[in-house]
Each structure stands twice: as C-alpha cells, then as structure tokens.
Unconditional design. Structure first.
Length: 134
C-alpha cells in the first residue's frame, strides 16, 4: 500500500514539474531547441510526448537528471520573482548580459547544457537574494 502511494506521489510530482516547466518556457519565450537543452533532452519528440501526456492525463516518467534540471529551472524562476517586482523585469533578466557569466546572459549560461550550469544560475540568484535580505 505504501509503495502505491509513493508511486502515485512521484507520478504527480512529474506531471507538476513538466507543467511548470512548460509555463516557465513560455514566459521566457524559449524555443523547442532551448527547452530541450535546458531540460537535458535529446529529442523534441520528448517535449511533444510530454504535452500529449499532460493533455491526456497520462503518467509522465522523468529520470532523476531531468527532474533535477526542472527543479533548478523552477527555483531560478521563483528567485527572479522574489528579486524583481514586475513580470517584465523577471522575464527580461534571464536574457540580459551579465558580467558574472562572462558577459553572457544567464540563459546563455544555462544553454551550455550541463546540470551544473543550471545550478550555477540558481546559486548566483540565491546568493543575490541572500544579499538582499541580510
């Protein structure tokens, strides 16, 4: 019985993570190729399958790596909402050049494709948030 509950909770978590990912990708105006890169997917077919499964109420299976990536993306998004007061600011920051990323934008940094690149942006924003609230 406990295993069934844990499985159901995991399946629900995956659906929520994918749904949130698509909402963030839309707000950030990410192309399908960019979505694949930050989510660590090798194929746009996976994105399409996720959409179909969301629409059909089907189970979505995510690897630990993918779930970790989607978690970083949602954390970055939430940090931006905390740091900036308007949607234009939190949407725009992701694309602005940043000296702390070698003059590249945070999005450019994340599009390098490694999990650590997402973690870098998340840590950067967490540090900035910490400075704001000390």
């Amino acid at each position: 019985m406990q295993v069934d509950k844990a499985k159901a909770a995991g399946a629900n978590l995956n659906r929520v993570a994918v749904k949130l990912f698509f909402a963030i990708a839309e707000e950030w105006s990410l192309t399908e190729a960019q979505q694949c890169t930050v989510a660590g997917l090798s194929s746009r077919t996976t994105l399409r399958n996720w959409r179909l499964k969301l629409e059909g109420g089907e189970e979505i299976k995510l690897s630990k790596d993918t779930l970790e990536r989607l978690s970083y993306i949602s954390g970055i998004y939430k940090s931006l909402q905390i740091l900036f007061s308007t949607p234009d600011q939190w949407r725009g920051w992701i694309r602005k050049p940043n000296r702390d990323f070698g003059g590249n934008s945070a999005l450019d940094h994340m599009l390098a494709g490694r999990v650590v690149d997402l973690a870098d942006v998340r840590r950067y924003l967490d540090g900035w948030r910490g400075d704001q609230y000390v």
